[in-house]
Write a new protein. Sequence first.
Length: 185
Amino acid sequence: MKLFFLKPLYFTLICLLFLSCNSEPSLQTYYVDHQEASGFIAMDFPVSFLDIDINDITESEQKAINSIQKFNMLGYSLKSGSDIVYKAELNFVKQLLKEVKYNELFRLGNSKDGRIKIYTVGEDHNMDEVVILINSNQVGFAVIRVLGKDMNLSEIMQLGPLIEKLDLDYKNVDSFFNFMKPSAL
């Protein structure tokens, strides 16, 4: 008799479990699914990897750094892949970024030389994600995700000159950028 009452409970729990699983594609699932795929390179690193001395930065820069949790970088290189796959994968990523939560901040470039598009998730003063999509018909494409909590756009933008000063060669990021270089370079 006890089993009779437990069966509907188990059935309900199983149904809720299946309904709560979101099987729709997302940028995160795309990243996970492609990080070891042929033609792709992926890198994850925490903000501490930047190794910035907090005594050498402003309070605003420190606040911006503290709001960043990690970086994800995923690239597809035409050196290691094909033009057909490049176009299909790039179009898929572009479709993912058309999701309502992604707000296009700005774009640069053209279809011949390449484009850079920057997207944000959240309001300018309260962002949880910044996505940079870079593509070139000669090189490939890269998706760089900056993940954090309550990131402020103006504070994050101030980090540009600070990051340019960093010696990223010894941090193994150069392997990502070398992978993304055109064959002729």
